[in-house]
Design a protein around this ligand. Structure first.
Ligand SMILES: [Zn+2]
Ligand SMILES: [Zn+2]
Length: 172
């Protein structure tokens, strides 16, 4: 999702932008099948200061999302507290990925892709392996029961076939 904001009239001391449109996040979440939903609305504040060759972008993103636990598959709420601090410049002749550049000139006026920028930082904030709590017990590999909710009755040590062989040897 791109959301170009005009930087044409930004004063030298900079300007603040508030972005609360949830489609900045819900749009790409649907498009890229990210298994997250918004739990409490995400609010982003950007402060943009013009520089000689680009713009200085600082700011924060706050809110929370619901994600499925990678271990027990239950949905859980993950708070987002992200801060940004980056220098954005125009795509130059040596820019490898010009389409990933967040700054462009439209009829001579600078524009910044706040949507793409925020989405990128949102994705970086998501853990690669989200777990609901550090001590999550996950699902029983035998019966599929959520072991956080109690014992399922399957005996844990039967899971390893090598141990089962040893036990049989001892019994005979
Ligand atoms: Zn879990
Ligand atoms: Zn079980």
């Amino acid at each position: 999702m791109t959301l170009w904001i005009s930087l044409k009239d930004i004063p030298a001391e900079g300007q603040a932008f508030q972005l609360t449109d949830q489609s900045i996040w819900t749009g790409p979440m649907a498009e890229f099948s990210v298994p997250a939903t918004i739990a409490s609305p995400i609010e982003a504040s950007l402060y943009i200061v013009p520089q000689d060759e680009g713009f200085l972008v600082t700011g924060t993103m706050r809110g929370s999302v619901t994600l499925p636990c990678d271990s027990c598959l239950e949905g859980f709420e993950l708070p987002l507290k992200v801060t940004f601090d980056s220098f954005e410049e125009y795509a130059g002749a040596d820019t490898l990925h010009a389409d990933e550049c967040r700054l462009r000139k439209e009829r001579g006026n600078p524009e910044f892709d706040a949507g793409g920028y925020l989405w990128e930082h949102f994705m970086l904030a998501l853990p690669t392996r989200p777990v609901c709590k550090p001590e999550c017990k996950g699902l029983c590999p035998k019966c599929g029961e959520n072991r956080n909710l109690g014992e399922c009755g399957c005996s844990g040590d039967e899971g390893d076939p090598r141990l089962a062989v040893l036990r049989k040897l001892k019994l005979s």
